[in-house]
Write a protein that binds this ligand. Structure first.
Ligand code: CP
Length: 328
């Protein structure tokens, strides 16, 4: 396999977004357009969900070869609410467990006329690799690629910050926890960089800090109290146990004491700071329950925004593919 992770893979020959593989290389205007469309699909709690027929006649296939609750369900709801047919394949029920290659799985779905394939996989480079081989009517959406990329999570995080804190250029954003193994952190860094946040901070114990050649421009902290001081946005990340081997694994109790976001630490943040977490949470490890369920938490809003963002991405990709067909 020869992965091609470049941002250009996701564009058609006219530069339109045909797949969504990464937020790297996306302009501020493109990101704002997606956030604006997502906002159009947001509804107040208790209101009926937004629906339209942007994907009428289309089939969306969810291929999740790593566990997921939020991303898988929100892609399914988003596709249904846009009028698509949806099929779900998971790691236990697909023929990949019998040795079928991922490309054969993709070709099988595309032969059944699936149009949009939503993929989560532990293998770096897989979404870009697959995107190079699919038929012209097929789009690939990255729903979580190893430790590298989770673009729709980055977008929903940005939408949540925009709704609650407004102007990105005035904000100090802290991402704290297992940065090294986190695709959420990498996509958040990409989106917040494009949107021009005033300061991006990453905080992790030394063992969980990424290499120096990553997260360009971010301020690095190994002390959480220093990192959180004056932050407007505090995003806590879980320890990615599935990507850590033996000796690197921190003890949960001492991790919570030395690095967890608790009510005492949150007092060091800027007044009115918001607390985010992409989920799934490990309560009382990277974040205390008191903070996760407290008044500054926007975690449930992130979940709700996930559906709106995925509707926006699906509708945009479908429109772009349609436009290309129209002019051919
Ligand atoms: N944030 C996120 O990707 O959650 P899931 O693993 O539940 O999809």
């Amino acid at each position: 396999m020869n992965p091609d992770p470049s941002a250009s893979v996701q564009r058609d020959s006219d530069g339109r977004l045909r797949h969504l593989i990464t937020l790297e290389g996306m302009s501020r205007d493109e990101i704002v357009a997606l956030l604006d469309l997502a906002q159009f699909y947001v509804r107040e709690p208790g209101d009926l969900p937004a629906r339209d027929q942007s994907l009428a006649g289309q089939t969306v296939a969810n291929l999740f070869f790593e566990p997921s609750t939020r991303t898988r369900v929100s892609f399914e709801l988003a596709a249904q609410r846009l009028g698509a047919e949806v099929v779900n394949l998971d790691m236990h029920s697909s023929s990949r467990v019998k040795g079928e290659t991922v490309l054969d799985t993709i070709y099988t779905l595309q032969a059944m006329r699936a149009d949009i394939l939503v993929m989560r996989d532990a293998e770096p480079g897989l979404p870009a690799y697959v995107a190079r081989f699919v038929a012209p009517h097929v789009s690939i959406l990255n729903a979580g690629e190893a430790h590298l990329s989770h673009p729709t999570q980055g977008l929903l995080d940005a939408l949540t910050v925009r709704q609650t804190k407004g102007d990105f250029t005035k904000l100090r954003v802290l991402i704290a926890g297992d940065i090294s193994h986190s695709r959420v952190a990498r996509s958040a860094w990409q989106v917040f960089k494009s949107l021009g946040v005033a300061e991006l901070r990453i905080a992790a114990p030394a063992d969980l800090m990424p290499n120096k050649n990553e997260f360009a421009g971010a301020r690095r902290f190994e002390n959480i109290d220093d990192a959180i001081r004056g932050a407007d946005v505090v995003m806590a990340l879980r320890i990615q146990r599935e990507r850590i081997r033996g000796a690197q694994m921190p003890d949960e109790t001492s991790y919570h004491r030395t690095f967890g976001i608790n009510a005492q630490r949150l007092k060091l943040a800027a007044p009115g700071a918001i607390v985010m977490h992409p989920g799934p949470m490990n309560r009382d490890v990277e974040i205390s329950s008191e903070v996760a369920d407290g008044p500054q938490s926007v975690i449930q809003r992130q979940v709700a925004n996930g559906v709106a963002v995925r509707m926006a991405v699906l509708a945009t990709i479908a429109r772009n593919v349609q436009a290309r067909r129209h002019f051919q």
